[in-house]
Design a protein around this ligand. Structure first.
Ligand SMILES: CC(=O)N[C@H](C=O)[C@@H](O)[C@H](O)[C@H](O)COP(=O)(O)O
Length: 228
C-alpha cells in the first residue's frame, strides 16, 4: 500500500499512537514495538508512529494501518530523522510516512528542509511529516513541500515554552493560518480530554505516545501521586 495525500483522509479526526521505547529500556525491542502498535490498533488507532528501521519493518508486518516512521540519531539538536540519508532509509524500511525534523535549524548534512524534501521525492513515494516547533517552522515546512505538519518539537528547542499539556496556543495559531496541509497535534497529550482539546484547537489528527505506550513514565505518574 502506498499512502497518497488523498489517502490521509483516513486520518481525519483520528488517533495516532506513537510506540517508542528508549535506548537501554526493557521494552526496546522491535517485536515489542510491533506488538504495542497492533494493540493500539485494536483500541482504535488509525495509524502508528515508530522509531528505528527494525521497528518500522516489524510494525509494517504487524498492522494494516499507515506507519509513520522516524529514525532518532542522537538526542541533541536535530536528531529526528536528521538527514536525507536517514529519511530514505526509513522509507526503504517500509514507512508510509517519514517524520523528519521540521525546524529551521542547521541540519547535519547541510541540506535545507526544502532540499531534503526534494531529494526524498526523487527516490521515494512515501509522504513527509515535518516535526515542527513553532508557527514559523510550520509555515516554512509547508513552503518546503512537507505533506503533514506536526507540533512534535514544540517546547523542545527553545522557541516556545514547554507547556504542561499540549501546546494548544500553537495549534490554534497554525490552524488559523490555514496552511493547507494536515496539522498533526503531537507532544504531551496525556489524557483523552487533552486529545479532544487538540482536535478542537484545529488539529487534523492527534498523536499520543507516552500516555499510552511508555509504562515506565506512566508508572512514575502514579507512584509520584501516591508519595506526594
Ligand atoms: C520530542 C521528541 O523527541 N518526541 C518524540 C518523537 O517521536 C517522542 O519521544 C514522543 O514520545 C512523541 O513525540 C509523542 O509525544 P508524547 O510522548 O509526549 O505523547
Amino acid at each position: 500500500m502506498i499512502l497518497t495525500p488523498t489517502g490521509l483522509e483516513s486520518l481525519r479526526s483520528q488517533l495516532i499512537v506513537s510506540c517508542q521505547a528508549y535506548p537501554g529500556e526493557p521494552m526496546r525491542d522491535p517485536r515489542t514495538t510491533a506488538q504495542m502498535a497492533a494493540s493500539a490498533v485494536i483500541g482504535g488507532a488509525a495509524a502508528v508512529r515508530v522509531q528505528g528501521l527494525a521497528d518500522v519493518q516489524h510494525t509494517r508486518a504487524a498492522v494494516e494501518v499507515p506507519v509513520i516512521g522516524l529514525w532518532k540519531d542522537g538526542h541533541d539538536g536535530v536528531f529526528i530523522t536528521p538527514t536525507l540519508r536517514h529519511a530514505l532509509a526509513v522509507a526503504n524500511a517500509g514507512a508510509h510516512v517519514v517524520a523528519i525534523d521540521g525546524t529551521r535549524r542547521h541540519r547535519p548534512d547541510g541540506l535545507s528542509l526544502a532540499a531534503t524534501v526534494a531529494g526524498f521525492r526523487a527516490d521515494s513515494h512515501a509522504l513527509v511529516m515535518a516535526d515542527c516547533a513553532s508557527y514559523d517552522d510550520a509555515a516554512a515546512a509547508v513552503d518546503a513541500g512537507a505533506d503533514l505538519i506536526g507540533t512534535t518539537l514544540a517546547g523542545y528547542d527553545g522557541q516556545r515554552p514547554k507547556t504542561h499539556g499540549p501546546d494548544l496556543e500553537l495549534l490554534e495559531q497554525i490552524a488559523a493560518a490555514g496552511l493547507g496541509k494536515p496539522l498533526i497535534a503531537e507532544g504531551r497529550i496525556h489524557t483523552p480530554d487533552q486529545a479532544r482539546q487538540a482536535l478542537d484547537a484545529g488539529a487534523y489528527a492527534v498523536v499520543v505516545g507516552t500516555a499510552i505506550t511508555h509504562p515506565a513514565t506512566i508508572s512514575g505518574w502514579f507512584a509520584t501521586a501516591l508519595h506526594s
